[in-house]
Ligand binder design. Sequence first.
Ligand code: HPA
Length: 244
Amino acid sequence: MLGLVFGSGFENFELVDCRTQRVSTPFGETEYDLGVFADQEIVVLHRHGKDHRFAPHQIPSRAQMWAMKEAGVTDIIAVGSVGGMSAENAPGHFTVPDQIVDYTAGRECTYWGEAGMPCAHIDFTRPFDENLRQKILQAAQDIKLYVHNKGTYACTQGPRLETAAEVRRMIMDGCDLVGMTAMPEAALARELGMRYALICFSVNWAAGLVDDALDFEAIKASMNHSVSTLVKLLTQVAQTNDFR
Ligand code: HPA
């Protein structure tokens, strides 16, 4: 089954025949929606909570990924807004990244050794599922949407935005886009054996790349156009693939 993980901007996303499930996991309570999208039953999870309760460092990713696995999700397409750090990632552009550098600290980042989970050192050479990435890229081609087919996602701790020097360092590290939420989510999905890919939409130039100070509330207010384009892309992915 397909699972979608949404961040900021998708608060008004609607499923047909939507049922909200509140579930208890060994890592706390969480909730997700079950419903119909593009003629198939899917799971939708709002990682910040529907009321945007969780700042990036507070997202209960272990409970969320566990709940998706228990719901029967096999394939996760996550969506995240990012700051652009390379020409391909100017505001308004879309990217399906192929790599991650994890700059987060102190997040609960593994199931290892808890809830009866074995000691497993997952392979994370390629943090995103390549097949699922290709399905998204094909769907983008089908609807003639230009999407960059690779990029290195820098995951910062947040919730504050970066300093100009941090952005310079991440660029030197080879990163192209910066967000706060794909880790540990992507690794936890891998630990549970779910395929995971991410679609990023750039909403600003990262700190220091333009003169202006960043106003995240203003940035959020301008997300609507990208969000409706992404819903079209997700519809095409769901319509042209069978997830099981
Ligand atoms: N930095 C971190 N996360 C973000 C940004 C940013 O500039 N823009 C959107 N999410």
